[in-house]
Design a protein around this ligand. Sequence first.
Ligand code: SF4
Ligand code: SF4
Length: 258
Amino acid sequence: MKYDKKRRRLQLYFLLLWVVILLQLIIGVSGIAHNYCPQAAVCFGCLNLGQNLGNWMYPGAIILGLVIFVLTMFLGRQFCGTVCPFGTMQDLIFSLNKKASKRNYKAMIPVKTHNALKYFKYLILLWVAVSAWLGINYIYMQACPVLALGHPQNLTVLGATSLFIIIVIGYFIERFWCLYLCPYGALLNISQFMGRILHIPRKKVFWNKDCCIDCNLCNDYCPMRIEVSKSEAVVDVECIHCQRCTLCCPVLKKQKNK
Ligand code: SF4
Ligand code: SF4
């Protein structure tokens, strides 16, 4: 349980930090939201980098993006499980839905549909990257939830749609945005694929096959719909290291309580 408390506390700290930045953006004392977003390098494309170098915060966001990209090769998507304010927001929103059984919400999206839909975020990432190089990146920016929250005075229909998905659909389907739509999640998956090619050892969640009683709780409770019990280490790049699979295990719980 210690890990969970520590992670949740960290999530709240990062969320608070984000709220402070948001408030500063909204009242106009902190420039523009791109300055704080690790995805900015993709949204702007390397070609546009030069003209933004005059603003010290913008290269700061590029460096932040690079640091997270490289760290993800070693640590997996810890960013998604601990740092990202949109991940934390979705966790909080879903936790308000007392009627949703964590085990049954998955039935709303059948496995086959889920397996097809989870690639959609890569298409969005491709669209973001290509449109940046073509100089039409403003189309994705209209849908960007970071900009929608940071600059509500410029809210577009697409931006409102993204927030609707995160807040309203996220109430019924846990981490819906992360599972299917977030281009940054797709980018962090690509970082892990690159890590594999470079033979970089990545931190993984392990479980003990010997003590398994085939209750399937780990599979049912994983917010990223990973079949945890298929192997002893979670190799799936979608893992956000929330550790819920190990925390819900009745055998491990019993061992800890002894
Ligand atoms: S998938 Fe996207 S929204 Fe979800 S936690 Fe990761 S970066 Fe944040
Ligand atoms: S596999 Fe475990 S640690 Fe990874 S996302 Fe699923 S529940 Fe969380």
